[in-house]
Design a binder for this molecule. Sequence first.
Ligand code: FEO
Length: 162
Amino acid sequence: MVVSNELITWSDKFSCGVKLIDDQHKTLVELVNEMFNHVTGNDLQEHNYFNRVINDAVAYVKTHFATEEKLMLATKFDGYTEHKKEHETFILAVVENIKDYEAGKRLTLSTFTRFLKDWVLSHIALMDKKYFEYFKKVASRKADGKLSINSEDVRNAMEGKS
Ligand code: FEO
């Protein structure tokens, strides 16, 4: 039997209402949980798993950051510079952690996963939350009831109509 544990449980309090962002955040949560489920205590197994998934995981995080940053720029969100800096600092920290892990230094898959969890949770709660309300203002409600930001919303925001 495969036992699946969640290190992070998705909650509506992480939701900003913009489907594109919410879907990406859910994928990040799944990614951390998936990694957590590969913590076996067997170094070789854990390293093999890590080597298999880490490049895709980092690429996904970068895609998510780029999406947020594009939306912030397009909607003239005034926290853009500070937020982008947080993203860059995180990527540098991840790269350092990966180097340490690959070099066999102190880090384990468990500590690496917990580092990711702590960062994802605090970043969504402290930084991403700052744009949640702002994005909602420039988002339009679609027929399916989901919020999304389309090019018209972006144009309106840039013209100061939102
Ligand atoms: Fe959702 Fe700023 O990362």
